[in-house]
Design a protein around this ligand. Structure first.
Ligand code: HEM
Length: 208
């Protein structure tokens, strides 16, 4: 792995300072989902109280590695020429300003995915994140010049990378193998729950 650069303090301690991060504010989209929809999804993904405890443990281990994790995801996406126009300019050339502006919010997601209560604010901000991957809102937050929609198939397929690569970060601070397993299982469920809710703006309610 490359040299470790700790996650910026604004991400870990003062997320309200992150530009464009509207979690818990009126500026975030209103989710079309109900808390009952959320309870059902939680049951289907199998997220238990023990998982929520394991996620809190994971948050402590991942917090200062979140920026490294996101840097690694982006490096990986950048290695695929056909993926470059979604985070770069529409012709695929790099757009470092867009990357720099959106990365702290993505970093914050790693922490939020382990710590935020699953409530109405959570539902609303997940809908917002989903829209920020689609024509509804992509590029708008950072006024970016980039393709305006990330195909749902790539959003879903990339989930494999986010989940599989989490293990090495969870293991990086000396937790036992059993504890790493517990945290990794819980993180897997959490990421699947998030990404599933992000697909809502992609499809008709009746199909979703
Ligand atoms: C499981 C897969 C993925 C996860 C967990 C993820 C996570 C996130 C998060 C948390 C944000 C910040 C949202 C915000 O608070 O504003 C974000 C934004 C973004 N993601 Fe993803 N993402 C995934 C897949 C992808 C893929 C496949 C691409 C393709 C290049 C991508 C490109 C972007 C871009 C360009 C933004 C900025 C969107 C904007 O203009 O606001 N993401 N992503």
């Amino acid at each position: 792995m490359s040299e470790h650069t700790p996650t910026p303090k604004s991400v870990t301690e003062h997320p309200e300072e992150i530009p464009g991060y509207t979690y818990g504010t009126d500026e975030a989209a209103a989710s079309p989902l109900t808390l009952e929809d959320l309870e059902r999804l939680k049951a289907v993904v199998g997220l238990t109280d023990q998982d929520e405890q394991a996620l809190r443990d994971a948050a402590e281990i991942l917090a200062d590695q979140a920026d490294d994790m996101v840097t690694a995801y982006r490096r990986r996406l950048g290695e695929l020429p056909f993926m470059r126009a979604y985070s770069g300019h529409p012709d695929g050339t790099p757009n470092p300003a867009y990357g720099a502006a959106s990365q702290p919010r993505f970093d914050r997601f790693i922490i939020d995915a382990c710590t935020r209560p699953l409530d109405q604010d959570w539902l609303n901000y997940q809908h917002e994140i989903g829209m920020r991957h689609t024509r509804a809102k992509k590029n708008a937050t950072d006024h970016a010049d980039s393709l305006d929609h990330i195909p749902m198939r790539y959003l879903l397929a990339f989930t494999a990378v986010v989940i599989a690569t989490a293990r090495e970060y969870l293991a990086a601070k000396g937790a036992s193998a059993e504890q790493v397993d517990r945290m990794h299982a819980a993180f897997t469920k959490s990421v699947m729950l998030h990404v599933t809710v992000w697909t809502r703006p992609y499809v008709d309610a009746v199909d979703w």
